[in-house]
Ligand binder design. Structure first.
Ligand code: EPU
Length: 337
């Protein structure tokens, strides 16, 4: 049944735990309700926001429009081959439930992305990534409704234009579509990738390197560094890791020789924003109820009573100090509303 509510609190629908509300909130749990809601024209008449699980969003105040949550469930194998299986997951499936399902079915490709908060339908939008893997590498296509024509359409992997925390859904198709399901091509003979950081060591501590142990190791690494949104409001990494030209990196290295650098292919390198923020002295700092996590400086937290604006102001101060010290302007990774 389609739920439509007025002045609805989104406190439990944003992982910063901010006490804000939407003028109108609607949730559709199946395609019939979703198309029924869209044909009512609400999204054409009002400002709107499509919400997954609110794990990558910072509201700086109440939302004076329509917040719509497409909450379509279901995971199924839609095609099967000798070496791969094609799996379709509804946009409203919890991402980590989906990963758990894949691992339990012996299907590889998303195990390194264990324990990332969010919905499966949001995964392609910012091309979620962790521990050497990105969702875009295993996404075959994304099914969506075109908000102009209300027709069902899809984008294949190359059309999605996946990049680092980036896709067409953040660009040309932003606010133009509602993702209804995501189709993945997963491997029955998994290629196990433990090359990131200490993932190999952490997996080996658990026994042999397989899908289940990689999943367990990723969960334990994440738990050791990243706060649980249920304990401490947060939206994961607040900023993207900046990508800068190599000559600029060489110049910075003259002053900061121990700065970690991850070279990319095209004459640029990625620098961990967490390191830059820590070097500016922000790690563990607190301003009122807004703070910088003590174990991972890239994560901003809400100690309980912070308003979205306080978190935003803290982020702005951090951004200015990194710019001043390193000449690098950090770009937010979370969506700021
Ligand atoms: N570092 C510090 N101080 C800090 C944090 C990090 O010095 O406070 C340095 C360390 O040198 C560390 C390096 O940064 O070795 C990398 O840290 P980490 O492995 O924690 O990863 P990250 O680059 O900070 C990225 C993603 C995370 C993802 C991890 C693991 C981005 C913006 N963030 O963080 O994604 O879990 O790698 O793959 O790319 C998210 O997007 O919300 C998220 C948590």
């Amino acid at each position: 049944m389609l739920e439509i509510k007025k002045n609805y609190s989104l406190k439990n629908l944003n992982t910063f735990g901010l006490d804000i509300s939407a003028r109108l909130f609607a949730r559709a749990r199946n395609m019939k309700d979703l198309t029924g809601f869209l044909s009512g024209g609400y999204l054409k008449k009002h400002d709107f926001l499509i919400l997954g699980k609110g794990s990558n969003i910072l509201f700086t105040g109440d939302f004076e429009g329509v917040v719509f949550q497409p909450d379509i469930k279901g995971i199924e194998i839609v095609e099967e081959y000798n070496q791969t299986a094609v799996v379709e997951a509804g946009a409203g499936e919890d991402w980590d439930d989906f990963v758990q399902w894949c691992v339990s079915m012996g299907l590889g490709g998303v195990e390194n992305l264990s324990y990332i908060p969010g919905s499966t339908g949001s995964a392609p939008i910012q091309n979620i990534g962790a521990y050497g893997a990105e969702a875009g590498n295993v996404i075959e296509k994304v099914n969506f409704i075109d908000l102009e024509s209300l027709e069902s359409k899809h984008a294949g992997r190359s059309e999605c234009r996946f990049g680092y925390r980036d896709s067409i859904f953040k660009r040309d198709l932003k606010n133009k579509v509602i993702i209804t399901s995501v189709v993945f091509r997963l491997s029955k003979i998994p290629f196990l990738n433990t090359s990131y950081g200490n993932l190999k060591e952490e997996t080996e501590k658990l026994g042999k390197i397989d899908l289940e142990n990689i999943r367990k190791a990723v969960i334990s690494i994440r738990r050791s560094k990243l706060p649980e949104p249920s304990d401490l409001g947060n939206a994961g990494s607040f900023f993207k890791n900046p990508v800068v030209p190599d000559p600029f990196v060489r110049k910075l290295k003259e002053s900061f020789s121990n700065m970690p650098v991850y070279p990319l292919k095209n004459g640029t390198s990625k620098i961990p924003a967490g390191w830059l923020i820590e070097k500016c002295g922000w790690k563990g700092k607190r301003k009122g109820d807004a703070g910088v996590h003590s174990k991972q400086a890239l994560v901003l937290v809400n100690y309980g009573g912070a308003g979205g604006n306080e978190i935003f102001d803290l982020a702005t101060e951090i951004r200015s100090s990194v710019l001043e010290k390193f000449g690098i302007d950090l770009e937010p990774e979370v969506v700021i509303i």
